[in-house]
Design a protein around this ligand. Structure first.
Ligand code: DX5
Ligand code: ZN
Length: 213
C-alpha cells in the first residue's frame, strides 16, 4: 500500500463526456479530481469555471481539488465553495495578501492550497505554512496539459519536505508520468496530478497504479 494520492487532471478529459471520464478515473482508484480553472490572463489559456465545478460535484464522490490559475482569486472563493470545491488552491503570484485569502478559503469550509510557478522560489512560502493545507509545486509553466516535466522545479519539493511540515500535502503538477513521478516522490511529493499520462493511457487503472507504486 502506498500513501501517494493521485489526482487526475480533467483538463485532459473529453469535456463533452466529462461524467464518463470522471467515472473512469474514479473506478480506477483515483483519490481526488483535479480541476484546472484558467482565465486567459494569469495564464495564456481559458478552461472552465464555477458552473462546471458545480455539475461535476453531482457526478463524483471524490474530493474536488480545484487549481485556480486566475487573477484576483479572492473574488471567487465563496462561489467555488458553494459549487462544491473541497480543496481550493490559489497562485502565490496572484495575491498581494496571501494570508487573508487563505483564511478566507478556510472560513468557507475548504482546505487552502497555494501554488508556485516554475520561476517562483520555494522560500516565498515561508511565512505561510501556518495558513496552509497544501503546497502545489508546478513542474511546467501553468496553462496547458501535455508539457515536459521541469526536473529543477522538483527540487523545491525537497526544501518543503526538509521542513517536516506536518499536515500539509505536497502536491506536484505538470508532466507527471511513471518516470517523473519517481523523481517527484523521491523529493517529497505525496499528491501527484496527472493529465495526459492518465487520460491517454490504454489502461487507466494501470496508469494510476503505476503512479502510486
Ligand atoms: C497545467 C495544469 C495541469 C495540467 C497537467 O497548467 O495545472 O494540471 O492539466 O497536465 P499534464 O499532466 O498533461 O502535464
Ligand atoms: Zn493543475
Amino acid at each position: 500500500m502506498s500513501n501517494i494520492l493521485v489526482a487526475p487532471s480533467i483538463l485532459s478529459a473529453d469535456f463533452a463526456n466529462l461524467e464518463r471520464d470522471i467515472n473512469k478515473v474514479e473506478k480506477a482508484n483515483a483519490d481526488w479530481i483535479h480541476v484546472d480553472v484558467m482565465d486567459g490572463h494569469f495564464v495564456p489559456n481559458i478552461s472552465i469555471g464555477v458552473p462546471v465545478v458545480k455539475s461535476i460535484k453531482n457526478v463524483t464522490k471524490l474530493p474536488l481539488d480545484v487549481h485556480l490559475m486566475i487573477e484576483k482569486p479572492q473574488k471567487y472563493i465563496e462561489a467555488f465553495a458553494l459549487a462544491g470545491a473541497n480543496i481550493l488552491t490559489i497562485h502565490y503570484e496572484t495575491v498581494p495578501n496571501p494570508k487573508e485569502v487563505l483564511n478566507l478559503i478556510k472560513s468557507n469550509g475548504m482546505k487552502a492550497g497555494i501554488s508556485i510557478k516554475p520561476k517562483t522560489l520555494a522560500k516565498v512560502l515561508d511565512p505561510l505554512y501556518d495558513y496552509l493545507d497544501l503546497i502545489l509545486v508546478m513542474t511546467v509553466e501553468p496553462g496547458f496539459g501535455g508539457q515536459e516535466f521541469i526536473a529543477d522545479c522538483a527540487m523545491k519539493l525537497k526544501y518543503y519536505k526538509s521542513l517536516n511540515l506536518a499536515n500539509i500535502y505536497l502536491e506536484v503538477d505538470g508532466g507527471i508520468n511513471e518516470r517523473t513521478a519517481k523523481i517527484a516522490v523521491a523529493n517529497g511529493a505525496n499528491v501527484l496530478v496527472a493529465g495526459n499520462y492518465i487520460y491517454q493511457a490504454p489502461d487507466v487503472k494501470r496508469a494510476i497504479e503505476s503512479l502510486k507504486d
